[in-house]
Design a protein around this ligand. Structure first.
Ligand SMILES: Nc1ncnc2c1ncn2[C@@H]1O[C@H](COP(=O)(O)OP(=O)(O)OP(=O)(O)O)[C@@H](O)[C@H]1O
Ligand SMILES: [Mg+2]
Length: 268
């Protein structure tokens, strides 16, 4: 196993001290993990915080941005003072041009190249179409990218959107178990610690990513009177003991912060 700076003891810190404590030291490196939660629960911010932690330790990091275009991500965290400029980003958001056929088929079939977040933020919306957004096209792009950039961390945000766009483009359920399995096996071989975000599956049935990821983190949010009550819980995590408590956390302009002193059952 490759152990570099910031990956002591075979763990990749999440960038959230309380979450690292919940995992008894961080994510076991080189494996894929699922982060589920409803809209607005903090999945993207958690992913960005995880990537920032990698950058802090000099690790190359990669984001597959499907849910939101890079310029919006940059805007969202502007008040946070986070420097995401070195986050290598695959802009897989179909953007405003999603449903217009532009240029040659070849052009519209090819996803945008990976660029730094800064570079993408300065550009006009992508010309990717929903036809680009299949797990297979992203897999091929990642394979090529990881040959030139040995990323140690990857965030795919989100699997739900990849599935949605793939379905729209082809009319078929593209992201079947075999495709996800190939991608995750490839990433594990490259020892890339990966977070895959997703909405909780409707009806609660098991998704392929739930079956194949080596651990699962669940974010929840609900209104408690006038305030939002947010919690996170490590549902499972192979290779480490972990906290099983549902812990409260807050989001501020410093990102996610787990309140260690308050298991979710405790009232104010
Ligand atoms: N500066 C801030 N201070 C407090 N809370 C914030 C701040 N910025 C964002 N938030 C909260 O974080 C939420 C967004 O978090 P994030 O984008 O990570 O959620 P998500 O789970 O990815 O949701 P989405 O469905 O929009 O992709 C906002 O809805 C808001 O409640
Ligand atoms: Mg999001």
């Amino acid at each position: 196993m490759v152990v570099g700076r910031g990956r002591q003891d075979g763990r990749a810190g999440s960038g959230i001290a309380g979450l690292d404590r919940m995992m008894h030291g961080g994510f076991p490196v080189g494996r894929p993990y699922l982060v589920t939660g409803p809209n607005g629960s903090g999945r993207t911010l958690l992913g960005l915080q995880f990537l920032m932690e990698g950058l802090r330790h000099g690790e190359p990091v990669l984001l597959v941005a499907v849910d939101e275009p890079p310029h919006e991500i940059l805007e969202n965290v502007r008040t946070f003072g986070w420097d995401l400029s070195k986050v290598h980003t695959l802009d897989a958001n179909p953007g405003q041009l999603a449903y217009r056929r532009l240029g040659s088929v070849q052009e519209i079939k090819s996803l945008q190249e990976v660029r730094s977040m800064q570079e993408l933020g300065d550009r006009k919306p992508t010309t990717s179409t929903t036809e680009d957004i299949t797990l297979q096209s992203i897999y091929l792009k990642l394979r090529r990218q990881l040959e030139v950039l040995p990323a140690r961390r990857l965030v795919i945000d989100s699997m739900t959107s990849i599935r949605h766009f793939a379905l729209r483009a082809t009319g078929e359920q593209q992201t079947d178990r075999t495709e996800i399995q190939s991608l995750l096996r490839f990433l594990a071989e490259r020892e890339v610690t990966t977070l895959i975000t997703a909405l909780p599956s409707p009806g609660g049935e098991l998704t392929p990513e739930q079956i194949l990821c080596r651990g699962e983190l669940m974010l929840r949010r609900e209104w408690s009177g006038p305030s939002m009550r947010r919690t996170m819980q490590v549902l499972r995590m192979r290779g480490t003991a972990h906290d099983t408590e549902e812990r409260r956390f807050t989001i501020s302009s410093e990102g996610l912060h787990v309140d260690d002193a308050a298991p979710a059952g405790d009232e104010d």
